[in-house]
Design a protein around this ligand. Structure first.
Ligand SMILES: *Cc1c(COP(=O)(O)O)cnc(C)c1O
Length: 448
C-alpha cells in the first residue's frame, strides 16, 4: 500500500474503464440477493493476504454491484431515485482522489468557496437575503435535525417557562421530523391537512393557539413540507410562514425533494412564501442531478446556527478565526466536500441547463398523469403538483400490488414498489430522471 506501482496504474485504468462504461451505457436495473446467497458466491472477502486489486474489483463488478438496484435507471421510479449528471459523477471521482477536507475554511477554502456559490444559487432562487448561508450535509434527515436544533436554541432564549418543546408540522410531514424529535426529546404536533393534502396556515395557527392556551408546552418551530415525499404536495408556505412569524416561531421549510423545482419557472409560484423561511433544506441527490449524498441546508441567519453547532476543543481553537467553516452549521465535524460534484456540474453546464432538465421531468410527469387518466384500470390519487404521479389500480388488493411490483423487477422492466395513501395501497412514479421518457411510462402502464 501507499506506493504507486505499475499494478496500481493498471488498476486505475480498469477502474476508470468501468466507471466510463457505467456513465456511458444504460445501467441494468439489477436487484437484491440474500446475504447467504452472496456469501455462497463470494465467500469471505477480508483476508490477511488480500485478494489483489484486480480480483477485488472483479468481485465487485461481477457480483456485488449487480446485487444493487441502479437508482438512475430510467424505469426506477421508486421512493425518490437519483439521476446524477455525467459531469457531477465525473467530478465525484476527482473529489474522491483529492483528499479534500470540507470541515473548515482553513483546510478547504477553495472547495468551500465553490460549495457556497452553489448554496447561494439555491438561496437566491428561494429569495433569501444575501446574508443567508449554510452547508451541504449528508441528507435531509441530518439537515432537518440540524435546523431544528437551532430553532429550539432560539426559542430557549425567549421562553423560560416551557415544560415541553413541540414541533408543529402536517400529518404528511416526512418521517425524519419524528426522527429528529426523538433525538431531541421533543414532541410533535401533527396538524391535519385538508382534502387536498396541504397544511394550511389557519389550521396550523388554530392548533398552535389551542396548545399554548391549554398547556405549558410551547411550539418552537413550524415545519412546512414543500413537496411531500409520497405525493409531491406543497403546503401553504405563505400562510404557514405568517402563522409562525406572527407567533414569533421559527419557520423551517423541508424541501428535500420539492424545492429543487425552484429553478423551474413553470412551478416557481407554487413555492411563494418560501422567502420567509428561517431555514430550508433541499437534497441535490434527489432532483438536482447530483450523486449521493448531499443536502443543502440554508439558514436565513447562519450566525445563529454557528452559535449552536460550532464545536469547541483545544485542538480546534485555531479554527475560531471568524472564517466560514462548514462544520459550524450542522451536527457534524469532519466532512466530505459533498457539495462539490453538484457545484461542478452547475458551474460547467450553467443554471439554464438545470432549468431545462427540471422542466423536462415535469413535462414527462404531466404526460404520465394524462396516460394514467386515460387508462381503463387506473385512477389518479391527485393531480401531480410536482413530478410525483400517484395512482390506484382498480380492483387490486395489497397482494396484487406487491406481486405486480415484484414481477416488474424480476423481469428487469422497472422498480416501482407499492406505497399507500389513507390506508389504501397505491403506486407512484417519482420522476426525477431526465432519461425517463414517456415511452418508459408506457412500458410500465401496459403491464397494468
Ligand atoms: C427524502 C426526504 C427527507 C430525508 O432526506 P434524506 O436525504 O433521505 O435523509 C426529508 N424530507 C423530505 C420531504 C424528503 O423527501
Amino acid at each position: 500500500m501507499h506506493e504507486f506501482t505499475a499494478e496500481v496504474e493498471a488498476l486505475a485504468h480498469e477502474v476508470l474503464a468501468y466507471s466510463l462504461d457505467r456513465l456511458k451505457n444504460d445501467p441494468p436495473l439489477d436487484g437484491p440477493r440474500t446475504a447467504e446467497d452472496l456469501y455462497s458466491e463470494v465467500g469471505n472477502t477480508i483476508t490477511a493476504r488480500g485478494l489483489g486489486g484486480h480480483e477485488a474489483l472483479e468481485l465487485f463488478t461481477s457480483v456485488l454491484a449487480k446485487a444493487c438496484i441502479s437508482t438512475d435507471h430510467p424505469r426506477n421510479l421508486a421512493f425518490i431515485p437519483s439521476a446524477p449528471s455525467e459531469y457531477a459523477n465525473l467530478f465525484d471521482l476527482v473529489v474522491g482522489a483529492s483528499a479534500l477536507y470540507g470541515g473548515s475554511w482553513q483546510e478547504g477554502a477553495g472547495a468551500v468557496f465553490a460549495e457556497n456559490q452553489a448554496l447561494r444559487w439555491i438561496s437566491n432562487l428561494a429569495g433569501l437575503p444575501q446574508s443567508a448561508g449554510g452547508v451541504f450535509v449528508q441528507g435531509g434527515t441530518v439537515g432537518n435535525l440540524s435546523a431544528l436544533v437551532v430553532a429550539r436554541a432560539e426559542a430557549r432564549k425567549k421562553y423560560h417557562d416551557a415544560t415541553r418543546w413541540v414541533i408543529a408540522c402536517s400529518e404528511e410531514a416526512h418521517s425524519s421530523i419524528v426522527s429528529a424529535a426523538n433525538v431531541m426529546d421533543v414532541d410533535v404536533l401533527k396538524v391535519p391537512v385538508g382534502t387536498d393534502g396541504k397544511l394550511m396556515g389557519d389550521s396550523l395557527a388554530q392548533a398552535i393557539d389551542e396548545l399554548h392556551a391549554t398547556t405549558t408546552h410551547r411550539v418552537f418551530v413550524v415545519v412546512a413540507t414543500s413537496g411531500t415525499t409520497n405525493l409531491g404536495i406543497i403546503d401553504d408556505l405563505k400562510g404557514i410562514g405568517s402563522a409562525a412569524h406572527e407567533r414569533d416561531i421559527w419557520f423551517h421549510v423541508d424541501g428535500a425533494y420539492g424545492l429543487a423545482a425552484l429553478c423551474a419557472p413553470s412551478v416557481r409560484a407554487k413555492f411563494d412564501g418560501v422567502e420567509a423561511a428561517d431555514s430550508l433544506i433541499v437534497d441535490p441527490h434527489k432532483w438536482l442531478f447530483a450523486p449521493f449524498d448531499a443536502c443543502a441546508l440554508i439558514y436565513r441567519e447562519p450566525e445563529l446556527a454557528r452559535a449552536v453547532h460550532s464545536q469547541h476543543a483545544s485542538y480546534l481553537d485555531t479554527l475560531k478565526d471568524g472564517a466560514w467553516s462548514p462544520s459550524d452549521y450542522a451536527v457534524q465535524l469532519t466532512r466530505r466536500t459533498r457539495g462539490l460534484p453538484f457545484w461542478f456540474s452547475l458551474a460547467a453546464h450553467g443554471t439554464d441547463a438545470y432549468t431545462d432538465a427540471m422542466e423536462h421531468t415535469l413535462t414527462v410527469a404531466y404526460a404520465a398523469a394524462d396516460l394514467v387518466r386515460a387508462h381503463p384500470n387506473l385512477e389518479l390519487v391527485c393531480e401531480p403538483e410536482l413530478s410525483i404521479v400517484a395512482f390506484k389500480r382498480r380492483g387490486w388488493t395489497s397482494k396484487d400490488y406487491e406481486n405486480w411490483s415484484n414481477t416488474l423487477l424480476a423481469d428487469q422492466v422497472g422498480f416501482i414498489p407499492p406505497s399507500s395513501h389513507q390506508g389504501q395501497p397505491i403506486l407512484r412514479f417519482a420522476i426525477v430522471n431526465p432519461w425517463t421518457k414517456i415511452s418508459d411510462i408506457e412500458i410500465i402502464l401496459n403491464r397494468l
